[in-house]
Design a protein around this ligand. Structure first.
Ligand code: 13P
Length: 249
C-alpha cells in the first residue's frame, strides 16, 4: 500500500508573514488521523523560517531546486548540503517551469537528481508534456525520454528513494485539470516503464499528479489506482484548500 503524498509547491510566492500564517494554518488544521504524507516547498529564502515553524510536526520540508554542483564559485546557486542544513528532506527536480524558462535539459535534471541523493535528499522528479506534444500523440514518448535520461545516469535502483510527479504542462496554472482517466493512463505507463526494469520499485514508487489540483478535484484524482497524491501549486497557497487536499488523501 503506497501512502498518499500531498505536496505544496509554493513557487516564487510568499513572505515571512505568509509563511508563518500558512504553516500554522496547515499545522493546526491537519487531522490527527491524517493518513497522508504532507510536504511543503517554499522559496529558498523562507526554508529556514519554515523549518523552525515545522519543528515537532510530521510535515516535511522540500526545496524547489538544487544546484548541479556541490560547492564553490556558482553565484546564485544552492547546494544539496545547504538544503539539508536548512532542514529539507526533499527537493523538486525538473519542474516544467525550470525546463521551459531556465533551459534545464533532461541531462541537467539527471545530475540534479543524483546530487540530491548524494546528500540524502529525496528527489521529486517532475515530468510532463506540453499541449502541442499531447495533441501530436507524443505524451508517452516525452515522459519516457524524461524518465529514461535520469535512469540512464543514476540507475533504476536509485528510484527506490525518490518520488515521481506527472505534471502535464497544459494543466499547470490553467485551471484545466487532467481528467482522472488522463492522469491514470500516464501514471500507469510510467509505472509499467519502471516495472520493466524493477518490479518491486515500481510497486512502491509514489507517482504524484500535478496541474490545477484543488480541494474539489483532489479526491477523484487520488482515487485512481496509480495516482499516489498531488503536487499542488496555486491551491497550496491557500490554507483551507490545501487542508481539503490533505483530507482527500
Ligand atoms: P498548479 O497547481 O498551480 O496548476 O501548479 C502545479 C505545479 O506546477 C506544481 O508543481
Amino acid at each position: 500500500m503506497r501512502k498518499i503524498i500531498a505536496a505544496g509547491n509554493w513557487k516564487m510566492n510568499g513572505s515571512r508573514t505568509m509563511t508563518a500564517t500558512l504553516i500554522n494554518t496547515i499545522k493546526g488544521g491537519l487531522a490527527k488521523d491524517c493518513n497522508c504524507e504532507v510536504l511543503i516547498c517554499p522559496s529558498f529564502g523562507y526554508l529556514s523560517l519554515a523549518c523552525g515553524l515545522l519543528a515537532g510536526s510530521p510535515i516535511k520540508l522540500g526545496a524547489q531546486n538544487i544546484s548541479t554542483e556541490a560547492s564553490g564559485a556558482h553565484t546564485g546557486e544552492i547546494s544539496g548540503d545547504m538544503l539539508v542544513d536548512l532542514g529539507c528532506t526533499h527537493v523538486l527536480v525538473g519542474h516544467s517551469e525550470r525546463r521551459a524558462l531556465y533551459g534545464e535539459t533532461s541531462e541537467i535534471v539527471a545530475v540534479k537528481f543524483e546530487e540530491a541523493q548524494l546528500v540524502g535528499l529525496t528527489p521529486v522528479l517532475c515530468l510532463g508534456e506540453t499541449l502541442e506534444q499531447r495533441e501530436a500523440g507524443e505524451t508517452e514518448k516525452v515522459v519516457e525520454q524524461q524518465l529514461q535520461t535520469v535512469i540512464g545516469r543514476v540507475g533504476i535502483d536509485a528510484f527506490e528513494r525518490s518520488v515521481l510527479a506527472y505534471e502535464p504542462v497544459w494543466a499547470i496554472g490553467t485551471g484545466q485539470t487532467a481528467t482522472p482517466d488522463q492522469a491514470q493512463k500516464v501514471h500507469a505507463f510510467l509505472r509499467r516503464t519502471i516495472a520493466a526494469q524493477n518490479g518491486s520499485i515500481a510497486d512502491s514508487l509514489r507517482i504524484l499528479y500535478g496541474g490545477s489540483v484543488n480541494g474539489s478535484n483532489a479526491a477523484e484524482l487520488f482515487a485512481m489506482l496509480d495516482v499516489d497524491g498531488g503536487l499542488v501549486g496555486g491551491a497550496s497557497l491557500k490554507g483551507d484548500q490545501f487542508l481539503d487536499i490533505c483530507a482527500a488523501a
